[in-house]
Design a protein around this ligand. Sequence first.
Ligand code: NAD
Length: 422
Amino acid sequence: MATPVPDEFNVYASADVRFEAAARKLGLEDSLYRFLKYPNKEITVYIPVMLDSGHLEVFIGYRVHHSIVRGPGKGGIRFAPTVTLDEVRALASWMTWKCAVVNIPFGGAKGGVICDPSKLSNGELERITRRYTAELIEWFGPERDVPAPDLGTNEQTMAWIMDTYSMHVRHTTTAVVTGKPVDLGGSRGRHEATGRGILFNCDRAIAKFRMPRVHTSVIVQGFGNVGSTSAKLLHEAGYKIVGVADIHGALYNESGFDVPKLLDWVTVQRKPLPDFPGGGAKMSASEILFQPADIVIPAAVENQITSDNAHQLQTRILCEGANGPCTAMADEIVDRKGIFVIPDILANAGGVTVSYFEWVQDRQGYFWREKEVNERLKDVVEHSFEEVIRYAERHGVNNRVAAYMLAIDRVAFALKERGIYA
Ligand code: NAD
């Protein structure tokens, strides 16, 4: 087993290892390699906010543009106590590759504010969001950089950003963010898009292995937007959800969960997931990933599968709902076990794909039916899945390396066509 090194948990180092491996395999020209290795620009903002107590606190926020080669920067904003500049850099680069894998005309960006949303009132969160937006007013814009929700932010956060931006530019500009409420220019189907993309990816993977849905067991770690929607849609489609987890702990039940009841328990009744009375063995949120199941979907946070625990995986398919759930040092172990990986930049790209649809609809001022959104999403995901799998077969590499190679190749090609200014 590989020896863990301190950098294993630095997600930017993980992102870099994958970029290096794919760039080498592609034989990327030296100048293009240098250009694409580093972010385009990054900024730190200090956000003074009056708390409800009357105490003034200064929060630290970041925004990183990794690439604007194929279009405006695109990427979420994360509110979490663990946010670091390196994490934001990694997430921004993954957005570049993700948008390129699904071939939508965006670059990659990401933002974050170091704060704990569970300890802040709505008013405090609104003030943080508005001041963060005001500090970044020249960075954001439908043609420049289009944020979206991520961990700790949601549709309400996007509505505040849209309003703040619009107040500054003096006209309502819905296309400045995606993941907005539907009545403010949001897209139908955006809320469920990441989970729906995961369903379409899982469908393609089991079709490849000739596994029927009803005999396919699934574990989902994380029960927020991505995890709970994936569990719901997979359950509705006939898969058997045998393991679930959130930050409070996990449950494993071979006979499968009644997901609508579980959703009601967690999201409507707001009770702790591990106390769900629907049965199951209790365990930690980490242990659940290593129980037997045909598909495991880590959909919570990064660095869950590491060089220390990857050998314990007992699954055939690993579908990465979260960004960076596997460290780069775990990749080799996962590979040796012959696990079919649907890498994050493909697996969770349903969200940014429908964000792209939202941006298109906002700019047209014409909104599509949900069925139309879902059909177009299915097209994009299925096509991208097949492209990555074919690329992997043709080049004799695993799916993750293939997804990176495909993405880097597309961005490098666009960069060559544009040329390098000055
Ligand atoms: P969320 O805040 O809605 O939910 C996160 C969930 O993970 C919660 O259920 C939380 O309890 C759980 N969790 C947190 N820490 C955990 C831990 N250590 N162990 C187990 N569970 C834990 O966030 P989300 O929007 O669902 O995002 C989840 C992941 O998916 C993130 O990596 C995010 O970057 C990625 N992602 C999200 C989207 C999207 O559209 N929301 C799109 C692409 C990728």
